[in-house]
Unconditional design. Sequence first.
Lengths: 122, 201
Amino acid sequence: MSGPRRDPDLVRAYVRTGGRSRATRDLDLVTLVVTAKNPPKANANPQAMAPDARRVLGLCSTHGALSIAELAAYLDLPPSVVTIVVSDLMDGGHVDSPVPAESMPEVGMLEEVLNGLRALAV
Amino acid sequence: MGYAPSRSDTAVDYVADTVTRSVKLLVAGNFGVGKTTFVGSVSEIRPLRTEETITEASVGVDDLAGLPGKTQTTVAMDFGRITVSATLALYLFGTPGQRRFLPMWDDLARGALGALVLVDTRRLDQADEVLAVLEERGVPFAVAVNEFDGAARHPLEEVREALDLDPETPLTSVDARDRATCVRALITLAEFLFHRLESRP
């Protein structure tokens, strides 16, 4: 069954996230998420996790990241819910954000974006 | 019920495992202006869609019933991805421009490098709202006219005047179905954003 609307029920979102409406971390739609390299033992027993957490963790990989927006799209969950779930999974050590080799100012990122786009135009 | 159908049949496009950083640009504009087509033309992955429930302020009529003038609306966002270097992924978010979707802009605009505003010359007046929202949020932007088949070709200078754009705001034209023109418009935006930051003391 495929309805046009996906779970627009706010009460459900509230229940799904354990009664919270805010994430414990400052995450963005484009925050990248990977499975933690040394996950806690609880990963071995995914049935013990809440269904949404289990689904998010199941989609995450150690071999390549997905953004929070991508996790939300693949799982048909609102990004606001995924943000809270990912935040909890990070707190529990189940998932991480990749650590950049170096921090880069915005102008440096823009230069990288510009170069990448120019390469596409060739 | 509640859970959407399984997507297990759908391949998941993970970001390359060398990528550790991400940035976003907005592709903003009114309904039907070609945002989804644009994102699809430049994205390296099949464009994805998310939906968020927002509370929007409704206008007028509800007052008679003594209800608060607010309704729940589901807003869809289409987005795509371009891996611009070995370590950096660029995400492009199609963003509905109407003011009543403002609650969504909080998440979208935060941290966005900038926005490309798509406009339709047949409905230029509708672009005012998008431009105003971006200006209020301090999101720097460039404008691209989507040249639909059959749309009158307006000289860009007339469009600039009609939209009351600053002289430095880049204005280009695209065919949202044509990847090359879309990439060029993004380059124009990125050049503008880069020089804008670079020239700062």
